[in-house]
Structures are given as structure tokens and as C-alpha cells.
Design a protein around this ligand. Structure first.
Ligand code: PDD
Length: 286
């Protein structure tokens, strides 16, 4: 089945969709994005992603391509047209193009570009990777300083994933000034003596939509949460660890830089949070 995608107002077969070579998303990574998961054909936390998109656009003085209601409509239509039961909707908004390359932003009446496509991922909720748990390496965080804006500058996170793959691991956690910032595409946590530790929100990390939901669930389950800086060594001596993201929900971590956590299997708190998150978010999906 040929995928139907959305580009600047049109629903098109993926091989007929196009964007200008002068688009600033392509030339300058002058673009922001969101990834919303789909379970049972419904969108998980659309509202959270729409609010964060607006914030990213505002922080970069980028125009909104359409209303939130129109955005929801496009998401739903793509899910329906592509018959997605479990998967993702990728959304990207760029500053558009005025037909040439220039460091200066184009004039304000230049319309933003908007692209959406779906990714079909059967078995996303019942993932074998989550049953096994992830092996993590640590790498230095050399990204720019506004990681709270969800830009498409993903070269270094991609390189981090490749560094992990090269040594037989699944992902990397990034470390700045001795403290873990976040994973290449997720927020990072460890659990020690029943206390969940994660870095507080700032411009140094993305304000994860899944993070917010999972911390609320943890609080409701009477679990203790400490939002503070932490080191790789601390995480290595933890009882368990995990990451959160829209594409992998709650992913247990079983090894950090070659050190096995606990029994080397997903920990009970990560497993429980994953279960409750999947259950609650599917009930609230739209
Ligand atoms: N990544 N931190 C980073 C650097 C991320 O790229 C992501 C998400 C997160 C988690 O945010 P959320 O819970 O809102 O998905 C944290 C997406 C899934 C991606 O790039 O595919």
C-alpha cells in the first residue's frame, strides 16, 4: 500500500510529494517537529504535542501553519487513509522558502512548510525490546543549548545511536558537565530504593510529553520522585532505570556502560509504569 502523506495543504502519495530545495528545513535545519503515537487507531496525547509544537514555533518566531483543530483533522485523516492501528504520526513545520539560500530569515509573509506522514508499527505497545530492556552507553552532550525546542537538528543524536549500535548497545545517554541530560530521543530516569530520579526541566532537555504523563502516574501511585541532576555512576548503582518517549513509551534500561542493573532484566517499577501508561493513555486517546 502506497503511503499517503500531507504536504502544504495536500494529501498525496508519498512518491508524488515534494518540498523546495530552498526550504530552510532542508538547508538550515530551520524546522521543528513532533511525533505522536497511535494505538488502536487513536492519537496518544495529541493535546500535549500540539501545545509543545506551538511553544517551539513561538520560541523561534515561526508562524503557525494552521490551527490546532486543523492539525488534529490532518492527523486523524492520515491515520485513517493509511489504516494505522499502531504506529506514529510525524509532523514537521519549517520556516519555508523564499526561493534562495540566505542566513537571514525570509520576510514574515513567507508561509511555513508543513509535512506530516505516518509510520506503521504493528506491535508497538507489545514491544519485544521493552521485554528485554535497553543497553545504554554514555556519550558527551555536544548539542546546542536550546534542547527544550524540538528542532530537527538530529545529527548528533543520530550519531549517538550509531555509536551505541557499533558496540552492540541500543541507545546512548548524553552527559554534560558530569551530569546526564537525556537520551538521544528520550528522557532518562533511574530508580533507587523506590525513589525515581530524573533531571529537572530546563533549556538543557526536551520537555517530554511522555515524561509529564509518567511522572503524574508515578505520583498517583504514591511513588517518590526526585527531580535533580544525576551522574552515570549513580545510575549504574541503581536498582533499575528507564527512558520515556512517545515512540517507545516507558522503556526499561538494563545496562549502562557495561554495568548490569539489578538482575539485568526490566525492573518492576519501569514495568508497572509502562503498563499503567499504556492503559491510561489508550483510554484517553482521541
Ligand atoms: N523524541 N528527549 C529527546 C531528545 C527527544 O528527542 C524525545 C522525543 C524525548 C521524549 O519526548 P516525548 O515524550 O515528548 O516523545 C526526550 C521523539 C520520539 C523522536 O525524535 O522520534
Amino acid at each position: 500500500m502506497t503511503r499517503t502523506v500531507y504536504v502544504n495543504g495536500e494529501y498525496l502519495p508519498e512518491n508524488e510529494a515534494s518540498i523546495s530545495i530552498f526550504d530552510r528545513g532542508f538547508l538550515m535545519a530551520d524546522a521543528v517537529y513532533e511525533v505522536t503515537s497511535v494505538l488502536g487507531g487513536k492519537l496518544i496525547d495529541f493535546e500535549g504535542h500540539a501545545v509543545r509544537l506551538k511553544r517551539s514555533l513561538d520560541e523561534l518566531d515561526m508562524a503557525e501553519p494552521c490551527t490546532k483543530e486543523a492539525l488534529l483533522e490532518i492527523h486523524r485523516k492520515l491515520v485513517e487513509l493509511n489504516e494505522i492501528d499502531e504506529g506514529l504520526v510525524y509532523l514537521q513545520v519549517t520556516r519555508g522558502s523564499d526561493g534562495d539560500r540566505d542566513f537571514a530569515f525570509p520576510s514574515e509573509d513567507t508561509p511555513p512548510s508543513i509535512v506530516l506522514f505516518t509510520q506503521n508499527k504493528p506491535g508497538l505497545a507489545d514491544s519485544p525490546a521493552a521485554k528485554k530492556g535497553a543497553k545504554i552507553i554514555s556519550i558527551e552532550d555536544i548539542r546546542w543549548g536550546r534542547r527544550d525546542i524540538k528542532t530537527v537538528q538530529l545529527l548528533y543524536p543520530s550519531m549517538g545511536k550509531m555509536m551505541a549500535k557499533k558496540v552492540g548497545c541500543d541507545d546512548a545517554w548524553m552527559v554534560e558537565d558530569g551530569y546526564v541530560t537525556e537520551g538521544t530521543s528520550n528522557n532518562a530516569y533511574f530508580v533507587k530504593d523506590g525513589v525515581i530520579v530524573t533531571r529537572p526541566l530546563s533549556t538543557e532537555i526536551l520537555h517530554g510529553i511522555t515524561r509529564k504523563a509518567v511522572l503524574r502516574i508515578a505520583e498517583e501511585a504514591q511513588l517518590k520522585i526526585e527531580e535533580r541532576l544525576f551522574t552515570i555512576e549513580e545510575a549504574q548503582s541503581a536498582d533499575e532505570a528507564f527512558t520515556t518517549s512517545a515512540s517507545a513509551f516507558v522503556m526499561p534500561v538494563v545496562e549502562i556502560d557495561g554495568v548490569t542493573l539489578g538482575e539485568g532484566v526490566p525492573g518492576p517499577i519501569a514495568k508497572r509504569l509502562r503498563e499503567i501508561y499504556l492503559d491510561e493513555s489508550q483510554k484517553a486517546a482521541i
